[in-house]
Design a protein around this ligand. Structure first.
Ligand code: NI
Length: 257
């Protein structure tokens, strides 16, 4: 397989992978062009597991952080814990962090504080961030712009083309999941048109968001080939060139060896 690519956002800690986690990862690395994988934490235990997975497989890296939906359910010393985990040599980013106003009962103030502390930690440690935003574009852009230019990625991008441009202005990268391949992906495709090839990354957010024709199934990093086919089509380039460009971006941004 000559095409290889990088999954910059995955959750292989998920119980969906309990039956075959390492077998699957080793197989898709060997046979399906999956060059590197970043396993992303969403609270302290899942961040810890991400680091353990990165210790076990050389092509796996970890991101550590607290997701906005978990921000009320973390220990008092959570920031020290994130800092401690981030010191590991295979931790390549702080994430996933951000804002999520999707479900009733979210705590805006608390989400903002937890987001800000982790943005500050990332700056201090000179690590990029993996940012999750749902139904909170305006507040996220306001907070991010307080920190000037930011190394990082707006993951699972679901905003408009205009929002994409604002994210790019902050110096950030953008990545899309399998959503790109869905029949109702018009908005995502419009945003993709605006993202220059040198700011684009690939990701799955697995086990969720499997692309067509696997929609609804358990997702894994090998399915990124479907996103690359769509990127190639929209950008008018070959799948090989799409894979090469997005992989180079990931290596550069996350400092992957
Ligand atoms: Ni995620």
């Amino acid at each position: 397989m000559s095409i290889s690519f990088i999954d910059t956002h995955s959750h292989y800690q998920d119980k969906a992978f309990d039956g075959d986690r390492y077998e699957l990862l080793e197989r898709i690395h060997r046979e399906n062009g999956v060059r590197s994988v970043i396993v992303i934490g969403y609270d302290i235990p899942s961040s810890e597991t991400a680091v353990e997975m990165a210790e076990r497989l050389d092509f796996v890296f970890a991101a550590v952080g607290v997701h906005p939906e978990e921000c009320n359910d973390i220990p008092e010393n959570w920031l020290d814990e994130v800092r401690r985990l981030a010191a590991h040599e295979k931790v390549c980013a702080i994430g996933e962090i951000g804002l999520d106003y999707h479900y009733e009962g979210y705590d805006k103030k608390r989400q903002e504080i937890v987001f800000r502390r982790q943005l500050e930690l990332a700056k201090e440690l000179k690590k990029p961030v993996s940012v999750h935003v749902r139904d909170a574009s305006e507040d996220s852009l306001r907070i991010l712009s307080d920190y000037g230019q930011t190394d990082g990625v707006m993951h699972c991008f679901a905003g408009s083309a205009e929002t994409a441009e604002q994210v790019l202005k902050l110096g950030m990268h953008i990545s899309f999941t399998g959503v790109l391949t869905f029949k109702n992906a018009k908005k995502a495709l419009k945003a993709l048109e605006r993202v220059p090839l040198d700011r684009l990354l690939t990701e799955t957010d697995c086990p969720y968001m499997a692309p067509e024709p696997f929609r609804g199934q358990r997702c894994d990093s090998s399915m990124i080939i479907k996103m690359l086919e769509k990127i190639a089509e929209v950008k008018g380039i070959s799948v090989e060139d799409a894979a090469k460009a997005t992989s180079e971006n990931a290596v550069r941004l996350f400092g992957l060896a």
